[in-house]
Design a protein around this ligand. Sequence first.
Ligand code: DLL
Length: 436
Amino acid sequence: MKDLTPTPKALDPIEIASRDEIASLQTDRLKWSLRHAYDNVPFYKQSFDDAGVQPDDLKTLSDLARFPFTVKTDLRAHYPFGMFAVPREQLARIHASSGTTGQPTVVGYTTRDLENWGSLVARSLRAAGLKPGDLLHNAYGYGLFTGGLGIHLGADALGLTTVPVSGGMTPRQVRLIEDFRPNGITVTPSYALSILDEYAAQGVDPRASSLDVGIFGAEPWTNAMRVEIEQAFDMHAVDIYGLSEVMGPGVSMECVETKDGLHIWEDHFFPEVINPETGALVGEDEQGELVFTSLTKEAFPIIRYRTRDLTRLLPGTARSMRRMEKVTGRSDDMIILRGVNVFPTQIEEALMATPGLAPHFQIELTRPDRMDKMRILCEAADPALNTEDCAASGKALAAKIKQTIGISVAVEVGRCGSVARSQGKAVRILDNRKEV
Ligand code: DLL
């Protein structure tokens, strides 16, 4: 794999500034953001007043812990435009979550917000090793989802040539990668696997592709998956994180030279990690729920937003800004199976460590006789494997899960292509439990 480390000269000075400098900038910006939210969004005025705090009560960064949280239902309750801090006419762009589980969450950006977003995504793409003049195959979905257009904004700001292919039409993805010879690809890790399948179907060698780096996010993925994808394409694989409520992709980014977790762009977002049960801040390095406060957003300021994503904060390495560990999963996706907490990423890890199985999987939950049961639907890596080989791989996976996670599961190893493929975010859990 190529050395893609950016030169220090290419970085924004704040990326390698001292911690004092960063803290001082954050304090000034945080004061502005709290005031801006309080003065312009009735919801924040009410929620600060109810908690007995005022924007001016923040003297130092640690005072933020006295302010109330914001949760997804607060945003839904103010659908569609009730959380905006500027008149609708001043919005340059609106995005929204898919809303498959209820009211969509609507977010907005002023022209200045879009500029900041573009510069942070540009910073992220540069951290992945891309440089002006490189060609980017952007297979994140375009539309209300922030992935496609958010990455596009940053690619423009960095001076890349963008192929705005979006998700889907997988044979065409392969053809365009082969014909246009991009340096980088931006896509969900699960859809990258579908593209990889298509390489095999077309009999084209993915290791011979022009790709130097893949920038994967929008869903959890493991380091084991990183190894699989890096080997399959002979390219670097780095992690990009974000959420529409906070901005979209580019809230934090892994650096290609270290691949040791994601640097949070702390000049624009202030992170905290809390105990999801009590809401108290956890100790340094401890795992918990990630909470974000925006420092510069005009249209949609967000104060102490509970992301439900589980991670821990770590000191900076390749950059001065703090890192977050790869997200293990969302608290919503945590399955409690007969008292044991299980995340789909743990199943992914076990699957990747089991020979003979392809990296595609879904988790089916059922509740016969009031007992929760889990079945892993996966498939053979090799179409030539016979039924006995498949059964043996399935047994090996069940044993691995028992040994590493401590739960008994059924495993069904289907033929190649039997597990539903994603064109964006993978659906990992099929919950067929009947309420009792
Ligand atoms: O998924 C934004 C994005 C687009 C990020 C493209 C990266 C690349 P939402 O649709 O609002 O926004 O979903 C946000 O997706 O709270 C996490 O649960 C999950 N997520 C996003 N990035 C990662 C990641 C976009 N790198 C939700 N690892 C977040 C794990 C991620 N989970």
